[in-house]
Design a binder for this molecule. Structure first.
Ligand SMILES: [Fe+2]
Ligand SMILES: [Fe+2]
Length: 479
């Protein structure tokens, strides 16, 4: 005589899928994690994403490789969103006080401290994409496998979204490792990678579900507390980093130049925006004690600015122009990061972005793009404009109240920016740049690729940033 099998014998009405599609009856009838166990794991996922966000953002500025700068901007943003989702979920689970700022285990803290302080790009990539993200991926999968799919459906949903993006992040990281990490690099890092494993083992795995296995190993890269490096660095495609030889705004706002050539100048301005993530990373890293929503919003804006730079890259490539012939300078991020406080940097950013909301700002760029005869340009500027409207709102929410009202916030930004006097002569006199005019090389390439004759007047454009304060009154700030 067999045991009765009520779960197998149960038939939903007209064989409809049961349980709102969450699971089978068998799956949902298995007891799962308690709320307490569930929250303990979610807090560790939250901690992991928070530390990953911190690492990605902190390493943008001084990382020379552009593809990694933009990749870290993206992944930092994704982590920020998952932090937000996990905070919301934990708050739903009888948990006040939430304790979300607590370190769940000292070994886990050390695990992330070590990766944050990785001394080379290669070690950073290995630590992030071969250790941290896969450990988090495994922990999230385990949560889905072990929790009750009906009772804990809201957590399962949060985990599934996170897994989807983690898979993309890990794939990107693996490809970067294939391109950048030599066997000798891996060998040199072997001891350190073992140390990371030992940290996870001592922490009882990332999710704390295994018994703590072994002592916390001595610190290696994190023996000294990590110090953020505010100096922007670039890879070798970016040459002549102090060049201010071509005044993009004076060209863009001159009504006598054709829209098709202005499109090229706008692509330069977009690509030059890689200096905004370099600068915003410093604000995010050096501003402590804000609500999480501040870091999430600022990181969203940072990621948008990285996308704006990539829009410039795509546009140049689509037009058959080698953008490395232009001079994608770091003047703006370098100076703000080294001469201003985080609040002053935010003030400058806000001041510039408010200026983009005027009639001659982003709307104008979009109109020029539409006239340019280059349909992609209109798409790029349309979304760039929409992003900037969002950024102005982020500034109103987080920056303005720190200074006072709107008027005071603008005045303060103006004042901070006015302090950054033109260094056009200084950098030339120090031999850092000759302010070479790169414009003809870019323009001629675009003409050749379109099969057009160059316009002699456009070709002869040679206005520099000499005697210009690089701000809105001449409109040359990034953002
Ligand atoms: Fe932007
Ligand atoms: Fe912006």
């Amino acid at each position: 005589m067999g045991q009765p099998r009520p779960l197998e014998n149960y038939t939903p009405y007209r064989n409809l899928p049961p349980l709102a599609g969450l699971a089978t009856l068998e799956e949902a009838a298995r007891p799962g994690l308690s709320v307490e166990q569930c929250v303990a794991r979610l807090k560790r996922f939250h901690y992991a994403f928070r530390r990953l966000h911190e690492i990605f953002i902190a390493r943008i500025t001084a990382e020379p490789i552009y593809e990694l700068k933009t990749g870290f901007s993206h992944h930092g943003y994704l982590c920020a969103e998952h932090v937000q989702a996990l905070r919301t979920r934990v708050a739903e689970m009888r948990e006040p006080p939430l304790g979300l700022e607590e370190v769940p285990h000292p070994a886990l803290e050390q695990f992330f401290d070590e990766i944050l302080a990785a001394p080379t790009t290669q070690e950073l990539l290995l630590g992030l994409y071969e250790k941290a993200l896969p450990a988090l991926d495994a922990a999230l999968q385990k949560h889905i496998a072990e929790t009750n799919p009906l009772t804990d459906a809201p957590s399962v949903r949060v985990c599934r979204f996170a897994l989807m993006e983690l898979a993309d992040m890990i794939e990107f990281g693996q490809r970067c490792i294939t391109c950048l990490v030599e066997p000798a690099d891996r060998e040199r890092a072997a001891e350190w990678l073992d140390l990371l494993d030992a940290c996870l083992a001592a922490a009882g795995d990332l999710d704390g579900t295994a018994p703590s296995d072994g002592p916390i190993p001595p610190r290696m890269h994190s023996r000294q507390p990590y110090v953020y490096d505010p100096i922007p660095r670039r890879d070798e495609r970016f040459q002549d980093l102090w060049n201010q030889g071509v005044n993009a705004e004076a060209f863009l706002y001159d009504e006598t130049y054709p829209a098709s050539a202005k499109a090229l100048m706008m692509l330069f301005k977009r690509l030059r925006e890689i200096d905004v993530p370099e600068m915003m990373a410093s604000i995010i890293v050096q501003t402590k004690g804000k609500p999480w929503e501040y870091y999430r919003d600022m990181t969203r804006q940072l990621w948008d600015e990285a996308r704006h730079a990539m829009m410039g890259e795509v546009g140049f490539v689509a037009l058959g122009v080698d953008w490395t012939q232009a001079r994608i300078t770091h003047n703006w991020s370098y100076r703000l990061n080294t001469e201003c406080s985080p609040l002053e940097r935010h003030a400058v950013l806000y001041f510039i972005e408010q200026g983009l909301m005027t009639r001659t700002g982003k709307r104008y760029e979009w109109e020029v793009a539409q006239e340019s005869g280059f349909p992609l340009m209109a798409t790029l500027q349309d979304y760039d404009w929409a992003d900037e409207v969002l950024h102005a709102a982020i500034g109103r929410q987080w920056y303005v109240p720190q200074v006072g009202d709107m008027r005071q916030a603008l005045d303060y930004g103006d004042k901070c920016w006015a302090r950054i006097l033109s260094n056009w002569r200084t950098v030339r006199d120090r031999g850092l740049t000759q302010h070479a005019n790169w414009w003809p090389a870019i323009y001629l390439q675009a003409c050749a690729s379109r099969g057009e004759q160059p316009d002699p007047r456009v070709l002869a454009y040679a206005t520099t940033y000499e005697d210009m304060r690089a701000d809105l009154k001449t409109v040359s700030g990034s953002a």
